[in-house]
Design a binder for this molecule. Structure first.
Ligand code: WT7
Length: 630
């Protein structure tokens, strides 16, 4: 692990309009936080009571380091809270889900309709022999049926394992066999930039040598030339659903029963099957969706993530639906058919809360302000960001161009493993560009050294979490050793694997993964920091930085840079960039080499795969690239 290192911090901040705090669910952040610290169990008990339990829990939490149980002996079903509860409480005809296809098709489900569909698919799964505890793999494009399938599993207590529709056959096979899925739900095609991309053959390949799979359910979207169904194993999605009844009582689930498994790539080794449970996950995502996005009855909420990732699980599906919110989703990429597509959607649907990723924001920056400026974005009231550090330049652009200097930006730090938001700047609080913020009430996060001692402001360290929280993962599927490692690395803390630094006010800036740290001449430098410095230059659209072994310095920094439209690569520009980094970060952080490139290797969730760049640079095997986007 790294030694301490210091980081120069800017002090610029923005203060949101006081009305945000006055009208928010959270109210005054510090008061809410103190309330939580005074009695954490009472705090979470109050939250959990807002949801429906078939029978109450005996205890809020039980903590036997490093194992936690939450809402002990409580019985519930997350779909009851996401659907039935609203149907029974006057929201039956409220729009739950708006879907927009690439070809401008729209599909809309009210809460009543969504519940009906979920119950039908749930019954369909039952006819295939799916029972409580069985695993079901969902490998689908971003269509309503993807969400309906997740909820249908949860309805009957089956454990879903959603695999992002962009994964290839080998990655899919390892996830299916890892979870021993009994049924796979898929679609014939996904539509991407006007083309239909076949999915079914990927499944066909992936279930060879996957003996657990008994049935494949296929959603057939191509109507003119429907894909063939192989009756021995496969069944058409709607044939299955139409044969099933429309009433399906929710399975009574113990709070600690598993709700889903979601595979996440480790910094090394095979993907980890992160296990989340019914009760704690439900409470954690409900609470954070309510307070971080401040969801109110008439909000129109759009999270651009695919449900195939944790962001989609927690903040497209379970959190927003448990709040009875209206959610918007689309299968379209942000710049299709043109870079104005997303902004037209904001205007058209009157989106009030937009939650997206820094990589998308930087792409929009590169494309230019003229695109968002064509649409009326005045419906927006809160902007969110997730997935990687939101560098100050991207923050400023998002805040000014999209939020018109009016909407709070919540940069939410969390992980697949945490299930819910952990660190952010609650709306109404001062925003420091580049800083995610503080622990949300309910969470104790801090920046610590390798012994677990909190470090002083300005000193870098490890982001870590103390004490359990309801939606924490319970184990890594069939690999509990890997689970324990999170809690054994830094004594008494959950080690998240990110480097961070706090400012004097206690705001946390996430610098990047600790495994992406570069040690140059004995100094530790976060890749994200250098990248952020490069991106702050007007000619740079995106940058990725790696450490390259060097005989004298241990490592040198090598940068890969994508230029913004209107700038051309030249030695002069290279020098300008070096000078720029020297001025912003200091000579120690200066790249020794800069390559201008057209693209960067990224995961399908938009994270730059630095190890692929590094392997290429050093003429080595890049290792597992199953998550690499094309
Ligand atoms: C890792 C977790 C959480 C949903 C998407 C990613 C990075 C995530 C932020 C943020 C800086 C962030 C961290 C974290 N990360 N959000 N707001 N600022 N870094 O989930 O694939 O489990 O990745 O993403 O490095 O550890 P994930």
């Amino acid at each position: 692990m790294a030694d301490d290192f210091s980081v120069k911090l800017t002090e610029k901040y923005y203060t949101p309009d006081p009305s945000y705090r006055q009208n928010s669910w959270i109210g005054d952040y510090q008061e809410a936080y103190d309330e939580f610290r005074k009695d954490p169990e009472a705090f979470w008990d109050r939250v959990a009571r807002e949801l429906h339990w078939f029978s109450p829990y005996a205890k809020v939490r039980e903590w036997k380091y490093p194992y936690a149980r939450w809402f002990v002996d409580g019985k519930t079903n997350i779909t009851f809270n996401c659907l039935d509860r609203h149907v029974q409480n006057g929201l039956r005809n409220k729009v739950a889900l708006i879907w927009k296809g690439e070809d401008d098709t729209e599909r809309i489900y009210t809460y009543r309709q969504l519940l009906r569909e979920v119950m039908r698919v749930a019954n369909g799964l039952k006819t295939l022999g799916v029972e409580k505890g069985d695993r079901v793999c969902i490998y689908m494009p971003m269509v309503p049926e993807q969400i309906i399938s997740m909820l249908a599993c949860a309805r009957i207590g089956a454990v879903h394992s959603v695999v992002f529709g962009g994964f290839g056959a080998a990655a899919l096979n390892s996830r299916i066999t890892g979870a021993e899925a009994k049924v796979v739900i898929t679609a014939d095609v996904t539509f991407r930039r006007g083309k239909s991309i076949p999915l079914k053959h990927i499944i066909e390949e992936a279930i060879i040598n996957a003996p657990s799979v008994e049935h494949v359910v296929v959603l057939r979207r191509e109507k003119t030339q429907p894909v063939e169904i192989h009756k021995e194993m496969e069944i058409d999605f709607y044939d299955l659903v139409h044969a099933a009844g429309t009433e399906c009582e929710p399975e009574v689930m113990d709070a600690e029963d598993p709700l889903f498994i979601l595979y996440t790539s480790g910094s090394t080794g095979t993907p980890k099957g992160i296990v989340h449970t019914c009760g704690g996950y439900m409470v954690g995502t409900y609470y954070t969706t309510k307070t971080v996005f401040d969801i109110k009855d008439n909000d129109v909420y759009w999270c651009t993530a695919d449900p195939g990732w944790i962001t989609g699980h927690s903040y497209v599906v379970y959190g927003p639906l448990s709040l009875g919110a209206t959610i918007v989703i689309t299968e379209s990429p942000p710049d299709y058919p043109d870079p104005g597509a997303y902004w037209r959607m904001v205007e058209e649907f009157g989106v009030t809360i937009l939650y997206t990723a820094p990589t998308a924001i930087r792409m929009f920056m590169k494309l230019g302000e003229q695109w968002p400026d064509k649409s009326n974005l005045s419906s927006l009231r809160i902007l969110g960001s997730v997935g990687e550090p939101l560098n100050p330049e991207a923050f400023e652009w998002y805040y000014r161009v999209i939020g018109k200097n009016r909407c709070p930006v919540v940069d939410t730090w969390w992980q697949t493993e945490t299930g819910m938001h952990m660190v952010t700047t609650m709306i109404g609080e001062r925003m420091y560009p580049g800083f995610a913020g503080k622990s949300i009430p309910g969470v104790v996060a801090d920046v610590v050294d390798k012994n677990g001692t909190p470090v002083a402001p300005g000193t870098g360290g490890f982001l870590a979490i103390r004490d359990p929280w309801p939606s924490m993962m319970r184990t890594v599927y069939k690999d509990d050793e890997r689970y324990r490692k999170y809690w054994n690395t830094i004594p008494n803390w959950y080690a998240v694997g990110d480097l961070a630094v706090k400012n004097k006010e206690g705001y946390i800036m996430v610098l990047g993964r600790s495994d992406d740290l570069i040690v140059v001449a004995g100094h530790n430098i976060g890749t994200a920091e250098v990248e952020s410095a490069l991106v702050s230059h007007k000619a740079v659209a995106e940058a990725a930085v790696i450490g390259k072994p060097d005989e004298v310095k241990g490592n040198i920094i090598k940068a890969f840079v994508i230029l913004r439209v209107g700038h051309t690569a030249s030695d002069k520009l290279k020098n300008e960039l070096l000078y720029h980094v020297r001025i912003t970060l200091g000579p120690i952080a200066m790249p020794a080499e800069i390559d201008f490139v057209a693209t960067l290797p990224k995961t399908r969730s938009g994270k730059i795969m630095r190890r692929v760049l590094k392997a290429k640079e050093m003429g080595m095997d890049p290792g597992d690239i199953s998550t690499l986007d094309d």
